[in-house]
Design a protein around this ligand. Structure first.
Ligand code: SAM
Length: 227
C-alpha cells in the first residue's frame, strides 16, 4: 500500500465492533453535500461511483436519498474498505454495491471497471476530500479514470477546499494547507485553475462551482462538447 494513505475515520465516535468507522466531518458536511447532489443528480439513474469513500457513511446517505441510482463505493485502504462494507451491511440498502478496491493512482482504477463485475458507463463520479490529502498523481488518476468511464453526459463532482486563482479563499484553508504540506510535501489544497487544466487534458470542463459551508466547494466537471 502506498505510504501516503492515512487511516481516516477515528476522529468521531469510537469504532464499532463490526468495523464501521465514524468520521466527525461526515456529521458536519453531509447535509449540505446531499442538498447539492439532490440537484445535480435530479432525475438521474444508472451507476454512480464514489472515489475514496473513507468510512462509507456518505455513500449510505446518498443511496438512501437516491434509491433510483446504484451506488459503487471505493477506496484503497483495507480498513476503510471494511468500514464501507460494514456500513453497507448495516444499512441493508439494495442499491449499494460492495466496495471496489480502487487505487486512484492507476488511471484504469480496477479490473472490475472493464470485466463486467463493476458498474456500467457512469452517471457520475463523486469524490470528497481526497485530492488535497494525496499526491497530485491521485488527481491525475481520478480525472483520467473519470474521463474513461463516465457516460457521455456524466458528471465528475469534487468536494473539498480549493484555491482560486492561486489564492486561498480563507485563512483557515491556508492554515490547513500548511498543515497538509508539513505532513507530506506532496499534499496540499489544490488550485481550481490547475484542476481545470487537468480536466481539459481529459476532455472535461468545469460546468459549475458551488460554494459550500466552511470555505469548501463542490466542483462539477462534464465532458467538453469538443471531445
Ligand atoms: C480524508 S478521507 C475522505 C473520505 C471520504 N471521501 C469523506 O469525505 O468522508 C480520504 C480518503 O481517500 C482515500 N485514498 C487515499 N489515497 C487513495 C488512493 N490512492 N486511491 C483511492 N483512495 C485513496 C483514503 O483511504 C481515504 O479514505
Amino acid at each position: 500500500m502506498a505510504d501516503y494513505v492515512v487511516e481516516f475515520g477515528k476522529d468521531g465516535r469510537p469504532v464499532e465492533s463490526d468495523g464501521r468507522l465514524d468520521a466527525a466531518a461526515f456529521h458536519r458536511n453531509q447535509q449540505a453535500i446531499r442538498d447539492v447532489l439532490a440537484r445535480l443528480l435530479h432525475g438521474a439513474t444508472g451507476d454512480v461511483l464514489e472515489a475514496g469513500s473513507g468510512t462509507g457513511q456518505h455513500v449510505v446517505a446518498f443511496a438512501r436519498q437516491h434509491p433510483e441510482i446504484i451506488w459503487w463505493p471505493s477506496d484503497i485502504h483495507p480498513q476503510h474498505l471494511s468500514s464501507i462494507a460494514a456500513w453497507r451491511e448495516h444499512a441493508g440498502l439494495a442499491n449499494i454495491r460492495a466496495p471496489l478496491r480502487i487505487d486512484l493512482s492507476d488511471p484504469a482504477w480496477c479490473a472490475e471497471m472493464t470485466n463486467g463485475e463493476g458498474p456500467g458507463p457512469l452517471t457520475a463520479v463523486f469524490c470528497a476530500n481526497v485530492v488535497h490529502i494525496a499526491p497530485w498523481a491521485i488527481a491525475e488518476g481520478l480525472f483520467a479514470g473519470a474521463a474513461r468511464y463516465l457516460a457521455p453526459h456524466g458528471q465528475l463532482m469534487l468536494y473539498g477546499p480549493f484555491k482560486q486563482d492561486g489564492e486561498h479563499t480563507a485563512p483557515s484553508n491556508a492554515a490547513f494547507d500548511a498543515s497538509l504540506r508539513a505532513a507530506n510535501p506532496d499534499w496540499g489544497v489544490r488550485d481550481l485553475g490547475e484542476l481545470e487544466q487537468l480536466a481539459a487534458q481529459h476532455g472535461l470542463r468545469l460546468s459549475e462551482t458551488i460554494a459550500m459551508p466552511a470555505n469548501n466547494l463542490i466542483l462539477c466537471f462534464v465532458r467538453s462538447s469538443e471531445s
